[in-house]
Design a binder for this molecule. Sequence first.
Ligand code: BV8
Length: 305
Amino acid sequence: MSKQLVEFQEYLKTCRKIVALVGAGLSVSSGLPTFRGSQGLWKNFNMIDLATPDAFYIDPGLVWQFYSWRRYNALQAKPNKGHLALSALSNLATRKDSNLEYITITQNVDGLSSRSGHAKENLYEIHGSLFNLNCTSFMCNYVDRNNLKHPLTKALEGTEYEYDRKNRKRSLEEDDSSHQVDYSISPQFRPVKNIPESELPQCPVCKDGSLLRPGVVWFGESLPLNVMNSVDNFIESNNSVDLILVIGTSGTVYPANSYVDRVKVKGGKVAIFNTDIEEDILQGIVKDTWGFRGDAAELLPIALK
Ligand code: BV8
């Protein structure tokens, strides 16, 4: 066991208040791609063309095909051992006899944390979920949560193709025990048709019909106020956070990337779980920061044991 791990686990035992900040790297071992980097979703497609309100306004059919494809792949995926390790921590914190305060802040929209048995009350999906649908009419508050139907309309048939897996060595399904990580997932979105608005998901409540949209937070949109308030209250309360676990995220996107500094400034320590970590962090020379390099699905069950 490394010196860093021993030190981290000793500190973990003393923690009374913990936050986990989760990104796409946690779901890689479940077969889902990250966003940035050479195999990321945004490598082949510009996020401005697919993940903004303008993109949806210009071509809702294109955007719906993108999200329908990602819904399909997220539905095929299963939570991995990293999701389960966080879920165990979340459930420990909800026990009546527990003196641990805990939240998971996930940027992931794949629903895997929720499907891993994570306690609902301490899971914050700050970028929404692929399985939520919201009405686009300002006059209508219709929301549909956790809708797992696929495809949502007949016109979205054809989005059921899996991410390309180059040089796939071993299927995760075939050998779950080894939990081979497929680092070579190459997402290739293939929009196949122009779809008129009338054939896209429609609000069942609006009289004249309004489009439904994916219940995710697009770039340039505000995050849900109630979620932001709950997270802010947790981090900013007098009782400060002892530890933030930063798992599989590049920390590129605001406001998620602001939480680490906000915890640090109040005296909390940081533990990073990522396949890509700076050398000085690994060497343990960055104050109050531990770094564990590798697959989060492998590292978390060991570190949080
Ligand atoms: C907001 C949902 C107020 C949709 C997502 C300029 C103009 C306009 C806006 C801005 C601007 N500058 C800054 C902004 C604000 C903007 C922003 O931060 N932009 C960035 C790109 C600069 N933020 C916003 O717009 C937010 N709203 O701020 O409101 C406002 C409004 C207007 C103007 C200003 C302010 C809303 C952001 C929400 C965006 N929606 N998702 C969808 O998914 O389609 S975010 C998107 O990035 C992803 O969905 C993901 O959730 C998120 C974070 O990415 P990561 O999870 O970190 O993934 P990434 O690929 O980057 O990294 C993966 C990591 O995993 C890597 O480090 C890798 O090494 C590691 N890894 C890989 N394998 C493994 C692993 N680790 C462990 N194990 C492994 N096996």
